[in-house]
Design a protein around this ligand. Structure first.
Ligand SMILES: [Zn+2]
Length: 372
């Protein structure tokens, strides 16, 4: 992870970069943020920055040998401790971070903003209670007793230290207070109240704020290919919580698909009573949701248009594909173009505060007419 890949939060980044520039990196820092904040991503970016061989004002270079290792989370001087539970394959004393390193690295690459639920599903922990066991504190001490292999700093990232078994927490108090030379602890916590005060008092707190709506929107559109209207709606609902934003964008996709499928079915059947009711329902949704539904409709129309002449190049997957397949059998390019034009106009009217009820009802009637 690099600072430049995390949207926003410039103030925190500058503070962290300056501390390193002035050789004032506290040896034990607590990256404190609410669930859904990018506190883990920030710690990962900081670890990369600390050992980067060509640091810039903005952060790590991203291309030196150290950065390349950090991007795969295999740098020999960056260690990880995180909550785990037993699985079908890993039990007893083996239930420590090291047994799950392979999964952990892949998890970080795929979900740098992942939360505990995502992690637990990822390594196969299901709903079992996770923790950071007593055994883990011995590993921490062992890992840190060696000199740094190649980096300037040895970095120990402890994700969610609130899950430390009390004896594990007590086990690292001494090394946390007096770590070996050039050793940096980055504790990444969502809940400082669940930490032992003896741990808290030994760390410097770095508050990591939630993302701004604008940052969430950018993450969804730039890195996850979500269309602008939907990203805007999700960002609005997510309240800065990036995990929630990812969950919502998945759900919203499913919701929109269901609504769209039912809506088109009514248009085909020319069920006018139901179409009137639908217009009422859509009227009751907020404006962002209305725009997101229209945007979704346009996407499906586009997919269907591509799908009709060249089934093999269709880009949709899973559930949508099946739907596009059915939809394509009753549609042709001419009809789709006409409907797409109307949907675009409806989007324009909603944007300019036309009555949603009238806009959707009019759109439904015209679609019913075109389909026939
Ligand atoms: Zn670098």
């Amino acid at each position: 992870m690099l600072f430049s890949k995390i949207h926003g939060l410039d103030e925190v980044k500058t503070r962290l970069v300056n501390a390193a520039k002035n050789d004032q990196v506290a040896h034990a820092q607590l990256f404190l943020g609410k669930p859904g904040s990018p506190n883990l991503a920030m710690a990962l970016a900081y670890a990369a920055f600390l050992n980067c061989e060509n640091r810039t004002e903005e952060g790590a270079c991203g291309s030196c040998p150290s950065c390349l290792k950090n991007q795969k989370y295999v740098h020999p001087d960056v260690h990880f401790v995180f909550p785990v539970s037993s699985t079908k394959k890993v039990t007893g004393k083996d239930v420590v971070s090291n047994s799950f390193l392979k999964e952990w690295r892949q998890f970080l690459i795929e979900n740098p903003y992942g939360d505990l639920n995502t992690w637990s599903g990822y390594y196969g922990g299901e709903d079992k209670q996770v923790n950071i066991s007593k055994e883990e504190s011995r590993q921490i001490i062992k890992n840190l007793s060696l000199k740094a292999f190649e980096g300037k700093y040895k970095v120990m990232i402890v994700w969610l230290p609130e899950f430390m078994h009390p004896s594990a927490a007590n086990g690292i108090l001494k090394i946390l207070e007096e770590p070996p030379e050039s050793t940096i602890f980055l504790l990444v916590s969502n809940d400082s109240e669940r930490l032992l005060t003896t741990i808290l008092s030994r760390t410097q707190i770095v508050n990591i704020p939630m993302f701004a709506d604008e940052d969430i929107r950018n993450i969804l559109t730039n890195s996850h290919g979500i269309d602008a209207g939907k990203a805007e709606e999700v960002a609005h609902l997510a309240d800065g919580d990036i995990s929630k934003a990812f969950r919502l964008s998945n759900n919203l996709e499913d919701d929109n698909q269901q609504i769209f499928a039912d809506w088109m079915r009514d248009c085909f059947k020319r069920d006018f009573a139901s179409l009137v009711k639908r217009a009422d329902t859509y009227h009751g949704m907020n404006k962002l949701a209305q725009k997101s539904l229209l945007q979704f409709t346009l996407n499906i129309l586009r997919e269907t248009l591509v799908y009709i002449p060249a089934r093999e190049v269709a880009r949709t997957g899973g559930k949508i594909n099946e739907f596009v397949d059915k939809f394509s059998k009753v549609m042709d390019a001419n009809k789709i173009e006409k409907i797409a034009k109307l949907v675009n106009e409806a989007h324009y009217h909603i944007e300019r505060n036309a009555s949603p009820k009238m806009t959707f009802l009019d759109l439904s009637l015209q679609i019913a007419r075109i389909i026939k």
